[in-house]
Design a protein around this ligand. Structure first.
Ligand code: NCD
Ligand code: ZN
Length: 473
């Protein structure tokens, strides 16, 4: 058999091991991993001596803005950014225009995604007004769901708790994971009003409007609803140390709950507000240093399962405002995650195996893609990234692929760069250059894994069971 490509000389890194080996790729999949001498003949070879090969990163949280806000980002620019960042699969969020709450809207998004460089899953919206659409969205090809418990960019209304419960019941039957923007809408709306009445419009007012209780309440509530319905849930962008306790408690109770944090919560603190002004406005907010320290502890003890980016591009004009309440929330991140976090690996704050687990294996497992993705195994998709752990670089926002490259990490000194990115065996980035002919190579991913059907805590209490029950007298 003749392979399409053999990469030799590198150290292979998985979530549990590191070893020297060559890797052979054929028809988009990994054909063999082993001694150079044992590799089949290949049409193309790549010498990666001194480099590391990791399974490509799977970013469970990006906003690519199409349809509706293509002045901020497009699928083409967003996935080009991913390719340059060593990210081979992204999960894209439904707060577009129209929101991804109907099959019609999903089809518009799938059309926009035809320009993708990397593979992608699309989140369907779980909202109060589209509970009757959830099963059609599953049929139509979503990879998971997203529920906005609190307001954020695009201001999609947060469903009342009763609607969230019913949505969980419907989705639980199908095993799809539901990602939550876990912030309590009511608490922060009242805080924001009071701060505005008091004349506050400085950057730190944003932090004051969203204290940790906003997130803690929502995480705990989501966990209870998941426990009662058997729904699988994922807590997006954990920003406070306080959220770790309800996460740990829910995991201990057996709730199928995963959690992510993002580089900005691990690397920045309250000084960012004075240093960067409105650029740093993001939901949930970057918090005080003590939270950062607790989040690292949560990474180490595995309460936090994943690192995602919440890539949330907005134009420079939309980010830079004198009045903090007028600045759009979020910033780009999909292209800088890997260099930033590899720098932390080199600093000894996590191992390369931890890094692979948090950026690839864990999201693949959580969203039912493992072992097709998130693994370096014969038969897995050849989604991989070749990295140079010693390569120094200065993050330069002007050179990022994103249409809206505002980032709090502009000019950051990093060590460790993705050099080549392959999606199903095809280079989408080679020698730090985007392979523009790979535009459109990305495909939609769907859950492939059979997972045990979840058991709700109290079957007789589901909405369907209550409606079916006959009155006893
Ligand atoms: C995100 C966006 O801009 O879409 N903004 C943000 O501040 N994180 C939405 C979100 O993930 O909350
Ligand atoms: Zn969010």
């Amino acid at each position: 058999m003749i392979a399409d490509l053999v990469i030799s000389g590198a150290t292979i890194v998985t979530d549990t091991a590191q070893f020297s080996a060559s890797i052979a790729i054929k028809d988009g999949a990994i054909l063999a991993i082993g001694d150079a001498a044992a590799m089949p003949e290949a049409k193309e070879t790549l010498d990666a001596t001194g480099k590391y090969i990791l399974p490509g990163a799977i970013d469970a949280h990006v906003h690519f803005r199409e349809p509706g806000y293509s002045h901020k980002e497009t699928w083409e620019t967003g996935t080009a950014s991913a390719a340059m960042g060593g990210v081979t699969t992204v999960f894209e969020m439904p707060n577009t225009k129209p929101p991804t709450g109907t099959v019609e809207a999903l089809n518009l998004k799938l059309k926009a995604a035809e320009s993708a460089y990397v593979d992608f899953g699309i989140y369907g919206l779980l909202g109060e007004s589209n509970l009757d659409q959830l099963e059609a969205l599953i049929e139509g090809g979503v990879a998971g769901f997203k529920c906005f418990m609190g307001n954020t960019f695009a201001n999609l209304p947060s469903p009342p708790t009763g609607a969230i419960l019913e949505g969980f019941e419907i989705i639980a039957k199908h095993g799809y994971r539901i990602a939550l923007h876990a912030e309590n809408a009511s608490i922060m709306a009242r805080r924001e009003t009071k701060l505005k009445e008091a004349g506050r419009n400085d950057p730190l007012a944003h932090l004051a409007a969203r204290p940790p209780v906003v997130a803690v309440e929502a995480v705990a509530r989501a966990a209870i609803l998941a426990e009662w319905t058997g729904a699988r849930i994922h807590i997006l962008h954990v920003s406070s140390g306080d959220e770790l306790r309800p996460l740990r408690e829910a995991k201990a109770r057996g709730v199928d709950i995963t959690a992510e944090t993002c580089p900005h919560y691990l690397l920045l603190d309250e000084h960012a507000y004075t240093e960067m002004g409105s650029l740093i406005r993001v939901n949930p907010p970057v918090r005080e240093k003590s939270h950062q320290d607790q989040l690292w502890a949560g990474v180490r003890d595995r309460t936090i399962d994943m690192i995602a980016t919440d890539h949330a591009p907005h134009s420079a004009a939309e980010k830079h405002k004198d009045d903090i309440w007028c600045a759009d929330c979020g910033f780009t991140g999909v292209e800088t995650q890997m260099p930033l976090m590899l720098t932390q690996v080199s600093a000894g704050r996590m191992t390369l195996n931890d890094y692979v687990r948090m950026t690839s294996t864990a999201p693949a497992l959580a969203f039912g893609l493992y072992p097709r993705k998130g693994a370096l195994l014969p038969g897995s998709d050849a989604d991989l990234v070749v990295i140079d752990m010693d390569r120094p670089e200065t993050v330069d926002s002007a050179r990022l692929q994103s249409k809206s490259p505002s980032t709090p990490f502009d000019k950051a000194e990093v060590t460790g760069m993705p050099i080549h990115t392959l999606v199903r065996g095809r280079f989408v980035m080679k020698d730090r250059t985007l392979m523009t002919d790979a535009r459109g190579h990305g495909l939609s991913v769907r859950r492939i894994q059979r997972m045990p059907t979840p058991t709700p805590k109290n079957l007789e209490h589901t909405t369907a069971a209550i409606l079916a029950a006959k009155p006893s007298r």
